[in-house]
Design a protein around this ligand. Sequence first.
Ligand code: PLP
Length: 363
Amino acid sequence: MYIKDLETPNIIVDYEKLIKNIEEASILAKTFNKNLRPMMKTHKSVEIAKIQEKYGINGIQCAKLSEAQVFSENGFKDIFVSSEIVDEKKLIYAKKLSKKVEKLILSVDSVEGIRRISDVFNDEKIYIRIEINSGHNRCGIKSEDVLILYRELEKNKNLIFDGVFTHGGHSYYSKDKIQRKEAALKEAEEVLRAKKILNENGIKCDSVSVGSTPSFIFSLKIDGITEVRPGNYVFYDLKQVKLGVIKLDRVSLFVLSQVISKPDDNRAFIDAGAKVLSMDYLSFDNEKIYGYIIDHPDIDITNLSEEHGWLKIKERTKINIGDKLKIIPVHSCLVINNFDHFYLVKGEEVLKKVDIEARGKFE
Ligand SMILES: Cc1ncc(COP(=O)(O)O)c(C=O)c1O
C-alpha cells in the first residue's frame, strides 16, 4: 500500500526520519554523559517507546498516571510521572502501579502535595522529585524554597527523595538561538541552585533533571545536569522549525488530508480541521498559520473549523479537488492525541499501522 491509498485525514510518520531523530538524541545524550528520559506524551505509542529504548534511554517520563499505566503494561519499569498528583484515589492507583514497576517517581511542588502522598504511602515506598520553576511559571517552587519541601518529605521514610526537576517551557518563547540558549541556561541554573542549597545542608541530590526540545541541545553541555527529558524531538513540528531547532526536512510526522472543495481560485478546503490539527497556530506576517503544506509553499492554512481546514491560495497553483496533501502540523503532540493510530511510512510506501495506545489518557 502507498500513502496515496490511505484514507484521510490520517497521521503518517516517516520511519527514516523518526529513527534519525531518535538515534541522534540518544547518541548526543551518551556523548555528553547525560541520562535521557524522554517524555511519552508526545507520541503516546508503545512502538515508538520501544524504538527509543533500542537506541538508548534511561527510563521514561509520562505526563499522567493513566499514561504511565499503559507503558508499564508494555514492559517499561522505570517511570517518572511529572504532573503533580494530589487526589487520594489517584494516589491509591499510583501505589498499585508502584508495585508493578521497578521505580515509579512522583512529583511534588507543595507541602500539601507531600502530605497527601505521605498519607497514602504510609506502608509503601515511593520515589519523589521536587519540581522547580525555572521560568515557565507553570508548576514548581522557587529554588530557594527547596528545603521547606525536603523537610516535609523526610518526615515519612517511605518517601525516597529522587532529586529535583524542571521543564524549560519558557524556551518556546525564544526568538532566536541566543534566546534558546539563555532559556536553557536559566532552566539549568534554577535546578542547580536547588541542588546547591540541598548539598550545603548535607542532603544528597543525585538527579538534576531538565527537559524541553528547544533547550535540549544546550542542556546537554551544562555541568551538573544529570538528566534531559525532551519529548517532541521524535517528530518535531512547525513550531520547532520556527524556533530554529531543526529544518523542515527533519520533521517526521505529517497529517494526510484531502482537498474536498475549491470554490474559487483563491480558496480551497481540506478534510482536516481543528479536531485533527488542533487550534495551535503560528503567526507569520500578522496572519495565523495552522500548518505547512509540503510541496505547496504558496498555499496557507489560515483558519480551521472543527472538520475543515481553510486554505488561502496565494498564487496560481496546481491543486485540485481530491488531491491528498501532506501537512506539517504546528504542534505534533496535540495531533497525536486526536487519533487511535498512525501509519509508519518509508518514502511513499506504507510499512504498517501503529496503535497510539495512550491516546486520551489524561487521568
Ligand atoms: C514536565 C515536562 N517535561 C518534559 C517535557 C518535554 O518537552 P518538549 O515537549 O519540549 O519536548 C514536557 C512537555 O510539555 C513537560 O511538560
